[in-house]
Write a protein that binds this ligand. Structure first.
Ligand SMILES: Cc1cc2nc3c(=O)[nH]c(=O)nc-3n(C[C@H](O)[C@H](O)[C@H](O)COP(=O)(O)O)c2cc1C
Length: 280
């Protein structure tokens, strides 16, 4: 489903916010957001669930913990999904669509996959034992100034920077960078993908164009644990949201499909995720 917002402008505007005004969402904003939450879908056929809680209506709400990273937030969103092959990809995709929608409304957010108390939020959001619960985000109004913690985090992770085009986009094999002539009408969707947020700003997306398809891969460090690998899948879902929504805005047609016959040598610590088949 295409989001009904100016996508390129919104992607450029989005930034992680960890310092909030200590006030609740206005009724108008909350209603608009809830309406969108009910309409969101994903192209992977997964049943993604989005939760919204307000600190003052949750018992023990004042204890909802983000390890001192988030200041002032009163309302939180969370995302959960059934355990399945594309569950985390779909969760990343659908939650990022919501984050972009909220950004367009002038609301502030930040993906949190590590710095939140999962046990407290699992209870508060009533997440079931058999669901995957990869992330939450505060949602509200940005404070005028970033906290010192936040400024230090941004510097450490180089949050204002992204990897160069030729480090992440390839043609036919992982050996050859993709030229912009070759990416042609997909240059913009790829540029917008490059601006996506990712956990610790690691940008684990690698894309190889071969014939009429864009093949998406995830890469991680050799010593990554299972939790870290799970988050990489969420990162890929986020990247797919930026790519897909920009392609839809440009009127491009195609679909996501799992392919197996693309004959590309895959480097170590890299996993194939899905392909976009261009139908224009
Ligand atoms: C899946 C995911 C998980 C993240 N987890 C955390 C987190 O636990 N704590 C945090 O402070 N930021 C977290 N972030 C925010 C990233 O650090 C941030 O997106 C990145 O540094 C780029 O900065 P930007 O979003 O302002 O462009 C996460 C981002 C993503 C996409």
């Amino acid at each position: 489903m295409k989001l009904n917002i100016p996508i390129e402008e919104t992607i450029k505007k989005r930034v992680s916010v960890r310092s909030y005004e200590a006030k609740k969402l206005s009724e108008i904003d909350k209603e608009k957001l809830l309406k969108e939450i009910n309409q969101l879908t994903n192209p992977f056929g997964e049943n993604v669930r989005i939760h919204l809680i307000e600190k003052d209506v949750v018992s023990n709400g004042e204890k909802l913990g983000t390890y001192g990273v988030i200041k002032g937030a009163q309302t939180y969103l969370g995302v959960s999904v059934d355990k399945s092959e594309y569950g985390l990809i779909a969760a990343g995709y659908q939650f990022e669509n919501l984050i972009l929608y909220a950004t367009n409304m002038g609301l502030a957010t930040v993906w949190l996959a590590a710095t939140f108390s999962k046990a407290q939020f699992t209870t508060a959001m009533d997440i079931k034992d058999d669901e995957l619960f990869p992330a939450i985000s505060p949602i509200g109004y940005a404070a005028d100034k970033r906290s010192i913690t936040e400024s230090i985090m941004r510097k450490t992770m180089k949050s204002d920077k992204r990897k160069a085009w030729e480090e992440i986009f390839f043609q036919d094999s992982f050996e050859k960078p993709l030229s912009k002539e070759e990416s042609n009408m997909y240059t913009k969707p790829l540029e917008m993908l490059r601006l996506a947020p990712s956990a610790t700003n690691a940008q684990p997306w690698r894309i190889v164009k071969k014939q009429g398809s864009y093949h998406f891969f995830e890469t991680h460090k050799g010593n990554a644990n299972e939790d870290e690998k799970m988050i990489k899948e969420v990162d890929l879902g986020i990247a797919l949201s930026h790519f897909h929504q920009t392609a839809l805005e440009a009127g491009l047609t195609g679909n996501f499909e799992k392919q197996s016959d693309f004959a590309i040598d895959i480097p170590e610590n890299t996993n194939y995720i899905i392909s976009w088949k261009n139908l224009d």
